[in-house]
Ligand binder design. Structure first.
Ligand SMILES: Cc1cc2nc3c(=O)[nH]c(=O)nc-3n(C[C@H](O)[C@H](O)[C@H](O)COP(=O)(O)O)c2cc1C
Length: 284
């Protein structure tokens, strides 16, 4: 359960509830933790819960349990996203163990990445693994593709920052108290204006509301460095349907994909989670 709750989630909302019943663990989404403005369709909420379900599977596998996953098991109950079922024993190998350990080692990296390409071999392995999960992963390496993607990201950020409801929602989920058990801690987001960073790639500006004023480097792509095109993999879900965000039965990822953060950098502080007792109920 600790592993499942270590899953990443949109704005660290942890929009999940679990119910344990013998050898079954139900993973539900909690609509009270929805982001009405950023995520009106609930897609990112479902993705977050999908990672929680998959993290439970990875942890169980590493602990020597064989598992099965039923996705959307009850047609009339759309908030019940998945049931993870322990079906017996399993002999974990080294890769299973490494993946299990990666759950607590991983974190979201928001610092600029080094200006060097992701090795082809790693991209190939990521693509093969993503494909097994019905997810596509595409390296964005050409100038045209990068320009198109960078301007789409900048435009999206610009549109979002122009919405007072978006800014209010963001502010509700940014935490200044390091002991907060949910939300995004200010210590985990870049202090400087992301638009002024030496990177073509804009990241979400979590503290935009507390900046004095947007300068010439504000969202929109002005003033960013051109040139230097490390390959950035982009990922999407086949069909883009809600159920595709949930884990299929294939569950192996290359060990290299689990490496946290760029090498040689200071690690971002870990982001807290709510205690398991707050999100887990037992049947009966
Ligand atoms: C579906 C989804 C969307 C996310 N979108 C963003 C984003 O746009 N910008 C960002 O900096 N982090 C994003 N995150 C990362 C979350 O903020 C992060 O997982 C959460 O704060 C917990 O921190 P951790 O991943 O370091 O454990 C996203 C995570 C998920 C699961």
């Amino acid at each position: 359960m600790e592993a499942a709750t270590r899953a990443p989630s949109i704005h660290n909302t942890q929009p999940w509830l679990f119910r344990a019943d013998g050898d079954r663990l139900q993973v539900r989404t909690d609509p009270f933790r929805a982001l009405a403005t950023l995520d009106p369709s609930g897609r990112q909420r479902v993705l977050s819960c999908g990672v929680a379900a998959e993290s439970a599977v990875v942890a169980l596998t590493a602990a020597g349990c064989a598992t099965d996953v039923e996705v959307l098991p009850e047609a009339g109950d759309p908030d019940l996203l998945a049931t993870v079922i322990v079906t017996g024993g399993y002999e974990p190998d080294e890769e299973d163990r490494v993946l299990g350990q990666a759950i607590t080692a991983r974190h979201t990296e928001r610092a600029p990445f080094l200006p060097r390409a992701v090795p082809d071999e790693l991209v190939d392995r990521l693509q093969a693994t993503a494909g097994a999960f019905r997810v596509w992963l595409r390296p964005i390496s050409g100038v045209n593709e990068e320009v198109a993607t960078v301007s789409l990201l900048s435009r999206a950020e610009e549109i979002e920052q122009g919405q007072p409801e978006y800014l209010a929602e963001l502010e509700r989920w940014v935490r200044t108290d390091p002991a907060a058990v949910d939300g995004v801690p200010v210590a985990a987001v870049p202090g400087e204006d992301p638009a002024t960073r030496p990177s073509n790639w804009l990241v979400r500006d979590f503290v935009v509301g507390s900046r004095p004023a947007a300068g010439p480097g504000a969202a929109g792509g002005h003033g960013r460095r051109a040139g230097g095109l490390p390959a950035h993999p982009g990922a999407g879900l086949a069909g883009d349907a809600g159920a595709a965000a949930l884990p299929p039965r294939a569950r192996r990822a290359p060990a290299g994909a689990a490496a946290a953060g760029p090498p040689g950098r200071r690690r971002a502080p870990s982001t807290n989670r709510r205690p398991v007792a707050e999100v887990l109920a037992f049947a009966g």
